[in-house]
Design a protein around this ligand. Structure first.
Ligand code: TYM
Length: 328
């Protein structure tokens, strides 16, 4: 029997090269080998304020992007999180067992809640919903970027605790981090993560950017003044980030790159990075626009996905309820 993987992405704007490397590319690489589930995490998106029309458009756009990036609907079950009500139901049962203190320690919560005084309770319980997304399906591996690792580890802890109390209910999932094992960083400020919600367009490569824009952004990415292409995250975060991008998108290692660019300048290296990125994502655009206009295909994929996943998640929910004494 094939092992199972699942991942989700929030529909909060055009996905970045970070999302592509951290989650999507991994899913594409694994889709032959594993039973694969990928969803749109729209219920996670509403943990911060959203405009309804924009959110709806982002949902449809993200489905088209998944497929344009190479997620094959015949090899993946693709679905919309909010269409499967069992995620929220399971989440509630798990929330009641999750210590407040554990959730308070989540780095993403501390980070996001410090930016606004008036955040909703969902921002706090967000990792439990993520645990529900994973635990509902007896998942083996969760391909994500390193920024989500802590949440997957929490899902493991929640599952272990539940199993101990109520008997063997959940499979314990493992996180799967991409080859370069790291975060893709902001091009202007390489000390922080490349993020969908960044407001400086130069900081972020988006999967639908034009070739010209991609080249411009990479050529003007922040580096340093010593002109040595060497991997050193602490002292050379900009160059290290560009090396990570290349390592994630090619078969080359960090050592290969350092050797290849030993006596070359940053301009030459950046041009190479831009070639690699353009080559990887230039095919996505035309397929994306084709799909976005094909409403029926998108609807069919989502309808099929929710049918399959609702059945699985419903069984898990009923099993949990029984074990917890929630029946008449
Ligand atoms: P989200 O939408 O913030 O990000 C989607 C995926 O992209 C990865 N990622 C990155 N990887 C490398 N470098 C970066 N700069 C970078 N930025 C983002 C993220 O790690 C993630 O894998 N909570 C999740 C969505 C989610 C989920 C789940 C994922 C909900 N339920 C269950 C897995 C399993 C999120 O907000 O991802």
């Amino acid at each position: 029997m094939k092992k199972k993987i699942i991942t989700g992405i929030q529909p909060s704007g055009v996905i970045t090269l970070g999302n592509y490397i951290g989650a999507i590319k991994q899913m594409v690489n694994f889709q032959e080998e594993y039973e694969s589930y990928i969803f749109i995490a729209d219920m996670h998106a509403i943990t911060v304020p959203q405009d309804s029309n924009t959110l709806h458009n982002n949902i449809r756009s993200l489905i088209a992007l998944y497929i344009a990036c190479g997620i094959d609907p015949n090899k993946n079950t693709i679905f919309l999180q909010s269409e499967n009500e069992y995620h929220a139901n399971i989440s509630w049962l798990l929330e009641c067992q999750t210590p407040f203190g554990e959730l308070s320690r989540m780095t993403q919560f501390k980070d996001k809640s410090s930016k606004s005084e008036n955040f909703g309770a969902g921002l706090f319980t967000y990792p439990v919903l993520m645990a529900a997304d994973i635990l509902a399906y007896d998942i083996d591996y969760v391909p994500v970027g390193i920024d989500q690792k802590q949440h997957v580890e929490l899902a493991r802890d929640i599952a272990i605790r539940f199993n101990k109390k109520y008997g063997d209910t959940f499979k314990i999932p493992d996180v799967k981090i991409s080859k370069s094992g790291t975060k893709i960083m902001d091009l202007v400020n390489p000390e922080k993560k490349m993020s969908k919600s960044s407001d400086n367009p130069k900081s972020v490569i988006r999967i639908l950017d034009s070739e010209e824009d991609i080249r411009k952004k990479i050529m003007s990415a922040t580096t340093d003044s010593d002109c040595i292409v060497k991997y050193d995250v602490e002292n050379k975060p900009g160059i290290s980030n560009l090396i990570n991008i290349v390592v994630s998108l090619t078969n080359k290692t960090v050592e290969d790159i350092e050797k290849e660019f030993e006596n070359k300048n940053y301009g030459e290296f950046k041009k190479y990075v831009a070639d690699v990125v353009v080559d990887e994502i230039s095919k996505i655009k035309s397929r994306y626009y084709e799909l976005l206009n094909d409403e029926k295909t998108i609807d069919d994929i989502l309808n099929n996905g929710v049918k399959i996943t609702r059945e699985i998640a419903k069984n898990k929910f009923n099993d949990m309820k029984k074990r917890m004494g929630l029946y008449k």
